[in-house]
Ligand binder design. Structure first.
Ligand code: UDH
Ligand code: MN
Length: 354
């Protein structure tokens, strides 16, 4: 029966006066019940209950979650604390940050200056969820003092960017001819086995960034050349296709390009071959403004075992025909050791050669 129908029914049954009395006492009873309910019941919220916060799977390395986040734990069935996302632009950036190039401190002193790192040189911002997780991969042999200068500068630089990162030093074992491209392939492959990195940064050990607005993260569509201006070249690109020094590249793009060529033994050519692969895969190199994509290079002499490769020009002519079968898919090496140092992970590898 509708309300209207019920009204007529009651008027007919009790008459108008009786009906009014009845309505008044019913209303009074309602008010009293409401008051009693409000006094004795638990306070409660009438808004729609909020859904529980979704805990996104952690990006980055497959290690135990870091203890001790600083934000309030969210209420809910799981009392596991959830960090708020880091800001789009880190509030810790300072802009220009001149590196100290020579007489680096000891590894222990560097570690004392750095925020706490997990073994192997892994860092995650303690009070927010990082937006980027980057593996820094360094081709390396016999540059101990350069490495200390690099670590002294890079850890604090990256920590100000509030990214999650880990530094991998890929050390060529033995006295054979150096092969930068092959070492980078090994480093990227091992880094991707170690963690779910969203970005790979291939990085010469002697290049030091001068401005922390040059963010060590990846462009979703194209590889990024980060070392646009280097003091040694008066902060100008010597030629437009240059892709040496420091490059940020998404793991999928690196795989699509089949990584670096393994065939460039000695100095030169592997970076130009890598640059050709970018266009062969339908991508282009992007560059941040040179105003902050600036680097200092530690002055050094030619290394033993890394003389300019006389066949590099010949090899470069073959890139177009060879890139599909020369690279990650033809990579062979022996991982002799993997050491989790306090400031970095050392991968010592036998990459063959002469
Ligand atoms: N590298 C080593 N050990 C070596 C050779 C190279 O660790 O024995 C690594 C290191 O990360 C270095 C990178 O490979 O930063 C590139 O090598 P490089 O620094 O020799 O390359 P660059 O483009 O070559 O700097 C300049 C040639 C040196 C000329 C010096 C004469 N003025
Ligand atoms: Mn150099």
């Amino acid at each position: 029966m509708t309300i209207c129908g019920r009204g007529f029914f009651l008027m007919a049954r009790f008459g108008c006066g009786r009906l009014l009395k009845f309505l008044c006492s019913a209303a009074l009873l309602g008010v009293v019940t409401l008051l009693l309910h409000n006094v004795f019941s638990e306070p409660h919220d009438h808004t729609t209950p909020k859904p529980e916060p979704k805990t996104e799977p952690e990006p980055g390395p497959k290690t135990e979650p870091e203890p001790g986040p600083k934000t309030e734990p969210e209420p809910g069935p799981s009392s596991f604390p959830v960090l708020a996302d880091c800001n789009e632009v880190s509030p810790l950036l300072v802009g220009p940050c001149p590196p100290k190039l020579y007489s680096p401190p000891s590894l222990e002193e560097i570690q004392n200056k750095s925020a706490p790192l997990s073994p192997g040189g892994l860092y995650s911002p303690p009070d927010c969820q990082a937006k980027h997780s980057s593996a820094i991969v360094i081709p390396y042999r016999d540059r101990a003092s350069h490495l200390r200068t690099f670590l002294d500068h890079l850890h604090l630089f990256l920590q100000r960017q509030q990214i999650q990162y880990k530094i991998y030093v890929v050390e060529q074992w033995g006295r054979g001819t150096f092969n930068r491209g092959k070492l980078l392939n090994v480093g990227v492959q091992e880094a991707l086995r170690d963690g779910n990195w969203t970005c790979i940064i291939t990085h010469d050990v002697d290049l030091l960034p001068e401005d922390d607005r040059n963010i060590y993260s990846c462009d979703p569509r194209n590889p990024t050349h980060l070392s646009v201006g280097v003091d040694k070249f008066n902060y100008m690109l010597p030629y437009t296709s240059l892709l040496g020094g420091v490059v940020a590249i998404a793991p999928d793009h690196f795989k699509r390009m089949n990584g670096y060529s393994n065939r460039f033994w000695g100095w030169g050519g592997e970076d130009d071959d890598f640059s050709a692969r970018v266009s062969l895969c339908g991508m282009k190199v992007v560059r941040p403004p040179v105003a902050f994509a600036r680097y200092k290079m530690i002055v050094h002499k030619n290394d033993k075992g890394n003389a300019p490769n006389p066949s590099r020009m010949e090899l470069l002519k073959q890139t177009r025909n060879n890139w599909r079968r020369d690279g990650l898919n033809s990579l062979n090496y022996k991982l002799l050791s993997k050491k989790l140092e306090g400031l970095y992970t050392n991968l010592t590898v036998d990459i063959g050669g002469t």
